[in-house]
Each structure stands twice: as C-alpha cells, then as structure tokens.
Design a protein around this ligand. Structure first.
Ligand code: ZN
Length: 464
C-alpha cells in the first residue's frame, strides 16, 4: 500500500497564494492542498505550524564530479546531492564537462548517467554540452530531446568555445526544436590576451584574476549572444551566472526591443560577495577563483535590483575543489587554479535569509527564482517547481525562527571550505521531502544513495 503523509498547518506558498494550510501526500505525489484536510488512518503527520512550505529547490547549474583534465571537482553525485538536499534542494540539472575531441553529443550524457546512477539522492537531469558543430550534432539535439535532454550549453571561451557561426546554427536549431540554449558568455580573445600578459608581467596573484576577466568582456559576449539569438528568430537563450550590471542592462534593453525569450540566471556569490575577496592575505583569494569572477559592490546592487523582475533564476554553479590540495595549485600563478567554488547547500538558506528576511524580495519571488522558474525553463513544470495536486511531492519546510552560522564544519559538500564561512542566516530548511520520502528530518539527512531518479525533461515553457 502506498504511504500517506499529511503536513499540517504550515504557510503554503502556492502559485498565486500564500495561505496557512495542509498538504496531503500519497506515494510520490501531492494529492491535496487545503485547509484542515482529514488524514487517512496510518498517515504520517508532520506538524508545520509557524513554518513555511515551499516546492523543493531546483538548482539548474551544478558541476558534480566534473573532470577538468588535471583534476576533478570534489563532490560526486552522492556527496553533492546530500549537500543539496540538506540545503533544501530536491532537483538539479547538471552541466557536464567536455568529452573527448570529436565525440558524439550523447557521449557525455551516457557518461553522466553512469556517474549519477546509484549515487544521487535527489532527482537530476543533465544539460547537453555542444563542443563542436556539424550537421550530425544538430540532428542529435533533436534526437536527444526525446530522451529528456532539452537544453544545451555552449561556451564562448575555454577549449571548446564555439565560433559565432557555430553558435548561430545551434540557436537556429534550438528555435526550430523548442530547445533552450544556455551560454557561458565571456570574450575569449580579450581574456586570453590579458591572462598571458599578466603572467608575463609576473602579475600572478589571485587579485589579477578579476582584472583578467573584465565585466565588459562578459557584457560584450552577452550582447553578442542575445543579438545572435535575435537573428535566429528569438531563439530561447539562457545566460548562466550573470555577474555584472552592464550585462543585465543589455538583457533589459533587448527585451524592451521585443526579444522575450531571453532568460538570465545569477548565483548567490554574485549577489553577496565581491572582488574584495581577492585582496585577502595569503592564498585565500584562490577560494573565490571562479569564472566569471566576483565583481564590484555596484554590480551586486544591480543584480539585487534585477531579482525583482529581470533575473529569472538563482542557481549555484557549484563546482567545489579542495583549497589545500586543489585550489592551491594556483598559488604562484592564478591561471593554474581550478575555477569554481562550492555553494549547493548554501543557496536556499542564503537567498531566504538575505532576500526574504531582509525584505529585498517577496516570498513568492524567492520561490519563483529558486524553484518555479527553473522548473518551467528546463521542462520540469508542473511535475516539479510547484505545490499543487498531482505534482511530485518535493517539499521543503523552512523554519523562519532558526538562526544558523554557515561554516564548513557543519556543511556537507566534500570540500574543506565554504565561500560563506561565518555568515549568519535567519531561517533554514529543516525538513525535506522528495517524491513523498522524508530525506531530511529536523536537519538530519536520512536516505539511501541512488534513490534519486533521472528526470526526462520536456521542452521549456516560456516565462514571458
Ligand atoms: Zn558552470
């Protein structure tokens, strides 16, 4: 018999409502939402008075078990998803690394199915990664879409950067097929030149990292991408990890000119941290070495303003490396440091505390940014991203009274630091339910490796 569960008396954040009520779960699904719901005999009861019920967090930008050639991201699909769960995230869409030169489009998808199977504790999907363009690759985009890979990542920098002509063809195909193209936008030429110039001049400390990747080099690439998407007939385009204000202005202008299918993601690090982190003594700055780099306080302010309407999602770009053994590779030369930082567990607590509790964004907007919009844009809605009858019972109970200090000692990613060490948060996810199973109970993780399932994603749903 299917188990039943009644979550009683919490503030339920629905699609257009925030009302005290109950959520009734049978098996893996929500079967009723409402006031004073009767419970079956034998139903498990969770009392949630004074707590807030949100649909499980969805992080659409993670890099678990990422192979960067000379090293590997330190979280695998077990440790990374345990950390995610404890932070109130019940689904991820991971960005795979590059495969061998010339590999087929499904090569990395197959690889990632192997990496995740038997390990993930929450549900997961994969973006495809396009590292070269030919008619076969374009055709495979349509084929893989039927297997649930309905979004693709292109890079404008790094080893497998695409030319503008290649990007254009990908966008045309995406437009035809209704697929989402996620882009890492940075001007490769400028960055390549600045990096090598700094190294030649002996400017190899971490503080040169942000100078080698100027905000304008990101904004230029964003502008180029959105114009290419416009030329391709308003192809669905998703800017990942937006870090600067100028890029946001370009996005706002393009929408005003009539390009609605343009979406933007930012991450907690770009909202809460800035380039002063690179000025710290010793090699501390390497902990924050990521691409794009942390920007100026003005950029942070601009991004916070953008969260009200123009930025659509908050994801993490979680890509952890041990400071002591991996990041330290960059101690004499920042260009040798693996790029990325942990954050999968801190996302929901930070955005709830800094956003909702500090009254910078509404509770509803917080849920849109962290769950509903990611679900819609990446083809998981309304199975996920919403508390409603028929949806997966992915529910996070936030206790707004809990105060916590974020510290690596009590966080769970397999890494030796937190980018938010010592940060105080008000409000924390205390219970996490994934497809009807309690996987975090009063802050304690309790579920089996491999219980997470692959999410065959449908096509995107437009937000505007
Ligand atoms: Zn990334």
């Amino acid at each position: 018999m299917e188990t039943t569960m009644l979550i009683k008396g919490g503030l339920v954040v629905g699609e257009n409502t925030e009302t005290p009520g109950d959520v009734y779960i049978r098996g893996e699904r929500i079967v009723a939402v409402g006031k004073d719901l009767p419970a079956d005999k034998g139903a498990k009861i969770i009392e949630a008075q004074g707590k807030i019920l949100i649909p499980g967090g969805i992080d659409v930008h993670t890099h678990l078990d990422l192979d960067v050639g000379f090293t590997r991201a330190s979280d695998d699909f077990y440790t990374g998803t345990v950390a995610a769960a404890l932070g109130g995230t019940t689904a991820i869409v991971d960005h795979p690394g590059f495969g061998p030169a010339g590999c087929a489009l499904d090569h990395q998808i197959k690889t990632y199915h192997r990496l995740a199977a038997g390990k993930a504790v929450i549900d997961y999907g994969f973006h495809g990664v396009i590292q070269q363009v030919d008619p076969g690759i374009l055709e495979q985009m349509a084929v893989l879409a039927e297997e649930g890979i309905t979004s693709y990542k292109v890079y404008l920098t790094y080893d497998y950067k695409l030319s503008d002509g290649d990007v254009y063809q990908v966008l045309e195909q995406a437009q035809k097929q209704g697929l989402m193209i996620a882009v890492h936008p940075e001007n490769d030429g400028v960055i390549g030149y600045l990096r090598s110039r700094f190294v030649k001049e002996g400017k190899t400390a971490a503080r040169y990292h942000p100078l080698s990747r100027p905000a304008a080099a990101e904004a230029e690439a964003i502008n180029r991408m959105l114009l290419l998407a416009n030329m391709a007939g308003d192809a669905p385009l998703y800017i990942v990890h937006l870090s600067n204000k100028q890029g946001l202005t370009f996005i706002q202008d393009a929408r005003k000119r009539g390009q609605p299918h343009l979406y933007a993601e930012t991450c907690p690090q770009y909202l809460l941290l800035d380039d002063r982190m690179y000025e710290q003594p010793g090699y501390e700055g390497l902990k924050y070495l990521m691409c794009p780099p942390l920007r100026k306080p003005e950029d942070r302010a601009g991004l916070w303003e953008g969260l009200a309407a123009d930025i659509d999602t908050v994801a993490t770009d979680h890509c952890p490396f041990f400071f002591e053994t991996q990041k330290i590779r960059g101690k004499d030369d920042f260009t040798q440091c693996p790029s990325g930082a942990p954050g999968i567990e801190e996302r929901i607590p930070l955005l709830f505390s800094e956003g909702v509790m500090q009254q910078r964004i509404s509770l509803r907007r917080f849920v849109d940014l962290c769950s509903t919009n990611p679900a819609k844009l990446f083809g998981m809605y309304p199975q996920k991203g919403v508390i409603r009858e028929g949806s997966d019972a992915d529910i996070v109970i936030i206790d707004p009274e809990v105060k916590k200090v974020l510290t690596q000692r009590t966080l769970h990613a397999r890494v030796d630091y937190s980018a938010y060490e010592g940060w105080e948060v008000q409000g924390y996810p205390t219970w996490v339910i994934s497809r009807g199973e309690v996987i975090v109970r009063e802050g304690i993780f309790a579920a089996n490796p491999g219980r997470g399932r692959f999410i065959p994603r449908k096509r995107m749903q437009a937000l505007r």
